[in-house]
Each structure stands twice: as C-alpha cells, then as structure tokens.
Design a protein around this ligand. Structure first.
Ligand SMILES: Cc1cc2nc3c(=O)[nH]c(=O)nc-3n(C[C@H](O)[C@H](O)[C@H](O)COP(=O)(O)O)c2cc1C
Length: 334
C-alpha cells in the first residue's frame, strides 16, 4: 500500500509494556512456538509462546528457540491446573507475561506476579471478567466467538466495549485487549475504537512463515472464507482433549469435520482408532482430515508471510483507517 509514514499507534498498552505496536501474539497451542514469538517481539509487538496443555519439554525447547527476545507464555488454565509444576517451569525462563485462558486464574495469580511476569487473563464472558479482576490481572483479553481455536458465544463487537465500560468503572488501571476476528488494520483500528488498549492476533499470525503448522494446512486455509469455519467439538473428541462443556473450538471445515459433525456420540465410541488416524494425518499434513484451527478472519488472509511483514502492514493500515476511515485502507490496497 502507498502509505509509509511511521506514525506510532501509542496506547496505554504500548506505554506500559514498552513495545512499539499494540499487538500481542495469541498463545496458539502447538502453533506459536519460540520462533514465531521471537519474530513478533522483534517486530515491535509482544510474542507469546503457546504453552497449550502444558508440555514441559516442549516449552523448554520453545523458550530456547526464542533466544534473547522477551516473550511471554500462555496456558490453557484447566489443563495446566492438573500439572501446575509446568507453570514454575515456564516462570524459570523469566517470561515477560503469562496468559491464562479457559479456567480460574486466581490460584496462580500470585506466583506469576511474584516472579515478575505480567498476568494476562483471556475471558469470554462478563462473569469471567469479574474473576480476572479478582485475580488482579494486568491485562484482560476479551475474546469474541469469531476467534480461531477455543472460545464461546459472545461477539467481539459487543463484548469488548462492555468489558471496557466495566473496567473503567471498577479497575481503571487494568488494560484491555480485544481478540477474535482481528486480521488486518481495520480490525486493529476498530478494536481501539471499541475501547481496547490493544489486540491479540491469532489466525493472521497462524498464517505466517514462522508458525509451527504444516505447509499443506496453511495453503488449504488460504482459500477459505469465514463462512467455511465452524465452532464444533469433533476435533477435540478425536484428539482426546476433555474440554469443559462451555467451550468449543472454531476450525476450518473439511471432509473429516463434515463427516462427524452431528455424530459426536458415534465418534466418541471409535475415538481410540480415529485418534491414531488423526495423528498420522497430522504428521502428513493431510488437510482433508486435519482441520486447520483458524477463525473467521481467515477470509481476510491472502498470503503466508513473515510475521514482521504482517504486523508492519496491520499497523500501517490501522493508522490510515484511524486518520481517514477504513474504506481508505481498501483503496490504498488496490
Ligand atoms: C491455532 C490456534 C490455537 C489456539 N490455541 C490457544 C491456546 O492454546 N490457548 C489460548 O489461550 N488460546 C488459543 N487460541 C485462541 C487465541 O488465544 C485467540 O483468542 C484467538 O486466536 C483470537 O482470534 P483470531 O484467531 O481471530 O485472531 C488459539 C487460536 C488459534 C487460531
């Protein structure tokens, strides 16, 4: 695009974290490794390793891959709670932040803060936001249902301003980030307009050179529209993840998901065999079986690029959108 003026998007998030851009990498389990996290940090945002369900060896490797870049680490809280030693393992790497999603963060909050890391809590409802305030979260991430990966029902467009109002009244020092469907500069600008201090980006950075995803899956997802994604549980059943009922996971539909959607009880009864098939398909990068974990924002993504290019363009587009309206971003791109 034509605009190249380096106008910084300064927000409370950039000031508090001393980063150039108000963007956090989503801690995408299995996808956001040390290389992607470091690339995001080196691009002026904050990289967060996707610690996912909490595999200590994998985490050590990814922190090593991140080298000297200041990165954070995220966990799926209900899973980490079953093996809390993995939190200490992550804290030993002196992460910039720990992001907890999908479960009660309160039992872990003081350990995280005493270790000098920021506590980031990702929430899906107003009730979760109350709990995150109780946990004295430094940053609350309001995640809408457009998001790739696990989540719930609320839409980003209404959840973010509702939580912004709540924080303004009850915890004005707590920062707010928006997550779910933010895949270009228009989304970033919109999130700031809704009262967020920054954004968490998953799907757009999943489609990056550095993401730990088989190339076949990345390429398959490039042709998808947001219409092709669905919130479902087939992929959790077949992978053997026992998620609390309130959450499901948005993926790109493929032949395998279509085969089992609505037939979940039958899938459960053959899950042992199907799991082996799914693991093999995953190693082979078979995108007709393994569903790419992406959100509705996939419909805005046209190419796989280095994380630095993605972030640079997103910030420039947001600056244009905020100065001249989002339509100007489209015109600049033509
Ligand atoms: C491939 C993938 C894996 C994810 N894994 C996790 C995870 O392990 N823990 C977590 O807190 N969030 C996870 N998420 C959700 C993100 O934290 C975030 O809410 C979401 O990516 C934001 O929406 P977007 O994908 O539209 O950018 C994942 C998202 C994706 C796309």
């Amino acid at each position: 695009m034509g605009a190249s003026f380096p106008v910084p998007l300064t927000t409370r998030l950039t000031q508090r974290l001393q980063i150039a851009h108000p963007i956090l990498l989503a801690p995408m389990g299995f996808a956001a490794g040390g290389r992607l996290a470091a690339a995001v940090t080196n691009a002026g945002a904050l990289g967060i390793i996707g610690g996912g369900y909490g595999d200590a060896e994998w985490l050590d490797t990814q922190f090593r891959e991140a080298g000297n870049a200041a990165v954070g680490c995220g966990f799926i809280t209900w899973s980490m709670a079953q093996k809390p030693a993995v939190l200490d393992r992550a804290l030993a790497h002196k992460p910039r932040a720990i992001m907890l999603s999908f479960g009660d963060p309160r039992p872990f909050a003081s350990r995280i803060k005493e270790a000098g890391a920021l506590l980031i809590c990702q929430i899906q409802t107003r009730a979760d936001a109350e709990i995150a305030i109780d946990a004295a979260a430094d940053i609350i991430v309001a995640q809408g249902a457009e998001a790739g990966g696990h989540g719930e029902k609320r839409a980003t467009l209404t959840l973010v301003p509702e939580v912004a109002d709540m924080l303004a009244a009850r915890a004005p020092e707590t920062l707010l980030c928006a997550a779910g469907g933010i895949a270009d500069g228009r989304g970033l600008a919109a999130a700031l307009m809704l009262g967020a201090d920054g954004v968490v980006v998953g799907t757009r950075l999943w489609a990056s050179n550095e993401a730990l995803i088989h190339d076949n899956l990345k390429q398959a997802a490039l042709s998808a529209s947001g219409d092709d994604t669905v919130r479902q549980t087939v992929t959790d059943i077949v992978r053997g993840f026992d998620w609390p009922e309130r959450f499901n996971i948005r993926v790109m539909r493929n032949a395998y998901v279509d085969r089992w959607l609505g037939q979940e009880p039958q899938l459960r009864s053959v899950a042992d065999i199907e799991k082996l098939r799914y693991v093999r398909a995953s190693d082979e990068g078979d995108a007709t079986t393994v569903a790419p974990i992406v959100g509705e924002g996939i419909g805005l993504i046209r190419s796989i690029e280095p994380a630095q290019a993605i972030i640079g363009r997103m910030v420039l587009q947001a600056e244009v959108a905020l100065r001249r309206g989002a339509r100007a971003v489209l015109i600049e791109e033509d």
